[in-house]
Design a protein around this ligand. Structure first.
Ligand SMILES: [Zn+2]
Length: 610
C-alpha cells in the first residue's frame, strides 16, 4: 500500500471542513463551540451527536461512535486510512505526495498494473471480436434477439470469446504478455501438458469493473446449452467474487442523484434497464448479496431496491440479504415484477423504463416483504400452519421501524387471516418484545445498556473521568495544575487512560494545536481514541469554570480512593499482619477529607471567564 507523506496528510487535515463533511450525512446546528445533530451512525430522533469544528472531532453520546476527520470518512465511505485521505484530497483539490516506497511495495504495484493492462487488452480484444468477427455473428444475433442494441453493448464493453483453445492467449502473447500474466489474471487455465488454454471460449463476455470502470475480471455466458451457463473469473489479485457488482461504475452518478439503486440479478437486466433510461441499476451476480457488495453500494446510496426472482431459493437468499443490509443501516425495498418475468423481459415487453419505475413506486418495505413471505410460506387453512405463521410473524413484526408501519402490517395480516386486527394483536402479544404492544418497537435499541452493579459503576466513572478531562481542556491553566497531581491509576478504564495521555500532551505548550499529536508518523492517524473525541466534544458542549474543574477533580479523587478501599477490603480477610487494616483506615480518612472538601465547594453563581 502506498504510504502518503505526512506533510500531505497534514495539508488535508488543515483544508477539510469537518462540518461540511459530516453535513453530507446529517443536518448540523451550531451549539456552543460544537455543532450537533442526529447521529449518522445510529437511528435516533433527538440529536446526541456532536462535531467539534476546530479540532475536527466527532462524538455521539447515544452510541459512543467517535473519532477524527479521517475516522469519520473511513466509517461513512467504507475506506481504509489511505483511501480516506485520498478521498478528502480529491474533494479539496490537494495533490498528495507519497513516501519513498519499499521495493516489495513497488513490485506489488507493478504487478497489479501489469494485470490491469492485460485485462484492458483482453476487454478490447473481446469487444473487437464481438463487433467484427464472422464467428461472432450468432452472438450479435443473440443480443439483438434479446432486444439489446449496439449502443448499450458498447457502453458496457460487451465482448465475445472465440471457440478456439488459445485465441486470447495468442493475442495477448503478441502484446508481450506471458503465460504467467494470463494465469494471474484468470484468463487462462493451466493445461495438463503445461500449456495453458483460454478459460473463456465461445461465450458472450461481460467485463466486471471497479468503481472507475477498469476491468477486474469477466462474467461470461453461453448462448446455447453448454454448462455452466455462467462462467466467471476465478479469484485473482484484482478480482474478488464477493465484491463484484456489475455496472456500478456506470450507475454511480445516477444512483447518487436519485439517491437509490436498483439491484437486479442478471447482466441483461442491467443492459435492458439502462437502455430504457433507468441508469441507476446494477447486477448482484446472484441473489446472495454479500456484506462487501452491500458496502460498495452503500458508498453510493443507502436506498437499495432489490428486484429478484421470487422463487423459494430467491426469497430465502433475498431475506438474508435484507436482514444483513438492515444491520448495516441500509434502507431496503423489494420490487416485484409481475408474471414471473425478469426485469429485462418486463421492460422490453413494452412496459419500458416508466413501467419499471411505476413498479418501483409500489416497492415493498423490508417489513412488508417479510410479512408476506411468512404468510406465503405457511398453509393458513390449517391450524398448525397458522400457528407457525404466527410464530414467525411475531418476530417479524417486532422489527418494525415505526408503530405506524407495524399497525399497517397488522391490518394486512388480519385481512389475510380474516380476523379482526384486535384478535391478531392479541394473538401476537403472546410473548417476546411484541408483548409491550409495540408502541416502542424500534426504539430502545439506541439506549446505552442499563446494567446494574459493576457495569453501572464503570459507566458512572467513565462519565466523571471524561467530564474531568473536558474541564481540563476547557480551562487549560487549571487543567495543567490539577493534572500534575493525577496519574493513570485515577482512571478506571484503558479508554480514559488513553484519553488522559492525549489531554496531557495537548496541554503541553510545545504540542499545542497539533491535532495529530497522538499518531506516530506513518501510522494510522484515523485510529484516534473515541474517548478523546468524547472529551473534546464535551469540552465544547458544557460550560466549565475553574470551580467546576476543582469539583470534578475532587470527585475523581473520591472515586479513586473508593476503588482503592474496595480493593483492599476484598483482600483484607486473608490479611493477618494488620498492615492492610492500617492502610484501610488511612484511605478512609483521606476519603472523609475529600468528601468534606466537596461539601464546602462554593456554589458558582456567575461563570467566570478564566
Ligand atoms: Zn450515535
Amino acid at each position: 500500500m502506498p504510504l502518503i507523506a505526512r506533510a500531505s496528510i497534514d495539508q488535508v487535515q488543515a483544508a477539510a471542513d469537518m462540518v461540511e463533511i459530516v453535513g453530507q450525512y446529517t443536518e448540523l446546528r451550531k451549539a456552543g463551540a460544537n455543532y450537533s445533530g442526529r447521529c449518522p451512525f445510529h437511528e435516533e430522533r433527538t440529536p446526541s451527536f456532536s462535531v467539534n469544528p476546530a479540532e475536527k472531532l466527532y462524538y455521539c453520546f447515544g452510541c459512543g461512535a467517535g473519532g477524527n476527520l479521517f475516522g469519520f470518512v473511513r466509517a461513512k465511505e467504507n475506506l481504509d486510512f489511505a483511501g480516506a485521505v485520498e478521498s478528502l484530497a480529491d474533494r479539496y483539490g490537494i495533490e498528495l505526495e507519497y513516501e519513498e516506497s519499499s521495493a516489495r511495495g513497488d513490485a506489488e504495484r507493478h504487478r497489479r498494473e501489469r494485470l490491469r493492462a492485460l485485462l484492458e487488452q483482453a476487454t478490447a480484444y473481446y469487444e473487437r471480436v464481438l463487433h467484427d468477427a464472422a464467428a461472432a455473428a450468432p452472438a450479435r444475433e443473440y443480443l439483438k434477439q434479446r432486444g439489446l442494441g449496439d449502443d448499450v453493448g458498447r457502453q458496457f464493453r460487451l465482448g465475445f470469446s472465440l471457440a478456439g483453445w488459445d485465441k486470447l492467449r495468442e493475442a495477448a502473447r503478441a502484446k508481450k504478455f506471458s503465460d504467467q500474466d494470463l494465469l494471474d489474471a484468470g484468463l487462462v487455465v493451466p493445461g495438463k501438458s503445461g500449456r495453458p488454454y483460454d478459460r473463456f471460449r465461445g461465450r458472450i463476455m461481460f467485463p466486471l469493473a471497479d468503481d472507475r470502470g477498469r476491468t477486474l475480471g469477466f462474467g461470461a455466458r453461453t448462448m446455447g446449452d453448454e454448462k455452466p451457463k455462467y462462467l466467471n473469473s476465478p479469484e485473482t489479485p484484482l478480482y474478488h467474487k464477493s465484491e463484484a457488482v456489475f455496472g456500478l461504475h456506470a450507475a454511480k452518478a445516477a444512483a447518487g442523484r436519485e439517491d437509490r439503486v436498483y439491484v437486479v440479478e442478471g447482466y441483461t437486466d442491467v443492459l435492458a434497464l439502462v437502455q430504457a433510461g433507468v441508469h441507476n441499476v446494477v447486477a448482484s451476480m446472484g441473489t446472495a448479496l454479500t456484506e462487501q457488495q452491500l458496502k460498495r453500494l452503500a458508498r453510493v446510496t443507502r436506498n437499495l431496491y432489490l428486484c429478484f426472482d421470487a422463487d423459494a431459493a430467491g426469497l430465502g437468499a433475498m431475506s438474508r440479504a435484507l436482514t444483513l443490509g438492515r444491520k448495516m443501516g441500509l434502507s431496503l425495498h423489494v420490487v416485484r415484477v409481475p408474471d414471473g418475468l425478469d426485469p429485462a423481459d418486463y421492460v422490453l415487453s413494452g412496459a419500458g423504463g416508466e413501467g419499471f419505475r411505476a413498479l418501483a413506486a409500489d416497492a415493498q418495505t423490508l417489513l412488508q416483504f417479510h410479512v408476506r413471505l411468512a404468510l406465503a410460506t405457511h398453509d393458513l387453512d390449517k391450524p398448525d400452519g397458522r400457528a407457525r405463521a404466527f410464530a414467525q410473524l411475531k418476530g417479524v413484526l417486532s422489527e418494525a421501524a415505526t408503530p405506524i408501519e407495524r399497525d399497517e402490517e397488522l391490518r394486512h395480516v388480519a385481512d389475510r387471516l380474516q380476523l379482526s386486527a384486535e384478535s391478531v394483536r392479541y394473538l401476537l402479544a403472546g410473548s417476546g418484545r411484541s408483548a409491550e404492544g409495540g408502541d416502542a418497537a424500534g426504539e430502545g435499541r439506541s439506549q446505552p445498556p442499563q446494567g446494574g452493579g459493576a457495569a453501572a459503576a464503570v459507566g458512572g466513572a467513565h462519565e466523571l473521568e471524561v467530564r474531568f478531562l473536558a474541564g481540563c481542556l476547557a480551562q487549560p491553566d487549571k487543567g495543567r495544575a490539577v493534572l500534575a497531581g493525577v496519574d493513570e491509576s485515577y482512571f478506571a478504564t484503558a479508554e480514559t487512560r488513553e484519553a488522559l495521555r492525549s489531554v496531557k500532551s495537548r496541554l503541553e505548550p510545545y504540542t499545542a494545536g497539533n491535532t495529530l499529536q497522538t499518531a506516530e508518523n506513518g501510522t494510522d492517524v484515523g485510529a484516534i481514541d473515541e474517548a478523546f473525541a468524547e472529551v473534546v466534544v464535551t469540552a465544547g458542549r458544557e460550560r466549565f469554570t475553574a470551580t467546576v474543574v476543582d469539583e470534578l477533580f475532587l470527585r475523581l479523587q473520591e472515586a479513586h480512593v473508593s476503588r482503592l478501599i474496595a480493593r483492599l477490603k476484598a483482600t483484607a480477610q486473608t490479611d493477618e499482619s494488620g498492615k492492610q487494616g492500617a492502610e484501610l483506615m488511612r484511605l478512609q480518612a483521606v476519603r472523609r477529607t475529600v468528601r468534606e472538601a466537596i461539601r464546602t465547594i462554593p456554589v458558582d453563581e456567575e461563570p467566570d471567564e478564566g
